[in-house]
Ligand binder design. Structure first.
Ligand code: 1CP
Length: 354
């Protein structure tokens, strides 16, 4: 049984996004979208152009706060998500991280115990301060009814970039290191986990109402490795945050975890789970009942590019499938840059009408 902390019941009265976590009745489900701030918005592209590099934008509290709020102004989502990136954690640990225009992130890969020893855990708190300042500014500027979501990457997903040095289709470098050098890989996962707790703790102290842990590459591991590198470190992060903030809702996003998702929910202790595009909507409803968990999802981001009758039909199917359950409307993965903003406005209207 899950107990609803009294602090959460109070806060949910003010912020509809929190109601599913407090098991309070909602008219329409709350809605926000992964990557709701980003290149599909002309106002984002304008700020991005004057910020310098992508990381400069992440570390600029005034501009990062502005792009966090842009989608709220335009669409009135129930939650804003802090504008930052999961790779701010390796950067704060001292790894070289750059974002080449149109090419995605590049890192100096960690391949040995010597590379690992170069990471500097003592620095992280100070480097995160600018992100915490963004959270404070954003909270102060948001409407009272809009929740603010903080986030980090899950240790496994962050490690895939730290070891691989870039995004990849199969995360082979990190999977190989986990098999061949489990001691070194385990140390790396511990370092990321500790820094992530510091990162999330600071975000909550600065005003984040809830947290999402993005495990975008959770789907690339077999079940024993999934337990060790996805479930165990996530459980640790959840436990340490709950010790400090018992009423904090935590959402996990183990993308493409498939039939391991119920196990993930049970073993990590997350309050909500974000389901990816390939997860069935019937499965989402069953998961919510079986695990008494808030489910979030899972519209295909490409339907938001398509729009029209196909979008309307699928939104209706999702809303029908999860009707009566604690549910937050979202995509199954992030918005893509070619999304027409008018389709996003249409989506919000469709979800709120039902
Ligand atoms: O050109 C640009 O402006 C950079 C594009 C961009 C943006 C808008 C990147 C680079 N990061 C972000 C912001 C971001 N990233 C947010 C902000 C809030 C919001 O959602 O609006 C969040 C939550 C993330 C999380 C993130 N970054 C994830 C997890 C979610 C996911 O998409 O799977 C991952 C894997 C990253 C790494 C990353 N950062 C940026 C890119 C292009 C990538 C993906 C690299 C790859 O393809 O492997």
């Amino acid at each position: 049984m899950r107990e609803i902390p009294s602090g959460l019941i109070e806060r949910a009265r003010q912020r509809p996004f929190l109601k599913p976590f407090a098991r309070q009745a909602v008219g329409a489900p709350p809605i926000w979208l992964m990557r709701q701030a980003g290149r599909y918005l002309p106002e984002y592209r304008e700020v991005r152009a004057k910020a310098g590099s992508f990381l400069d934008l992440c570390y600029n509290p005034e501009l990062a706060s502005e792009v966090t709020i842009q989608p709220i102004r335009r669409f009135g989502f129930d939650a804003a998500i802090l504008f930052s990136d999961i790779l701010v954690v390796p950067h704060a640990l001292g790894q070289t991280v750059t974002f080449a225009e149109g090419e995605g992130p590049r890192l100096d890969p960690i391949r040995s115990a010597m590379d690992l020893a170069r990471l500097n855990e003592l620095q992280v708190g100070r480097k995160f301060e600018l992100v915490f300042e963004t959270v404070r500014r954003t909270r102060a500027a948001l409407p009272a009814e809009t929740a603010l979501i903080g986030f980090c990457g899950a240790p496994w997903t962050v490690a895939t970039y730290m070891v691989g040095g870039r995004g990849s289709v199969d995360q082979a470098e990190a999977r190989l290191m986990a098999y061949q050098e489990p001691e070194i890989f385990s140390q790396l996962i511990d370092i990321i986990s500790t820094a992530s707790v510091t990162y999330l703790d600071g975000q909550v102290a600065a005003g984040a109402d809830a947290i999402q842990i993005f495990d975008s590459w959770a789907g690339s591991l077999p079940d024993d490795e999934f337990d060790r590198w996805v479930v165990a470190p996530t459980r640790r992060i959840v436990r340490e945050l709950k010790q400090r903030y018992p009423a904090l809702p935590i959402i996990g996003f183990p993308r493409a975890a498939g039939d391991k998702i119920a196990h993930y929910v049970r073993e990590t202790g997350v309050d909500g789970v974000s389901c990816d595009t390939t997860f069935s909507i019937r499965g989402m409803a069953e998961l919510s009942s079986a695990e008494n968990v808030v489910v979030q999802g899972n519209l295909d981001p490409l339907l938001l590019v398509t729009g029209g009758a196909a979008l309307e039909k699928r939104v209706e199917e999702i809303l029908t499938a999860v009707s009566g359950r604690p549910f937050i409307f979202n995509l199954g993965h992030g918005i893509v840059p070619q999304t027409p903003p008018e389709n996003v406005a249409k989506l919000v209207q469709l979800v709120r009408r039902g």
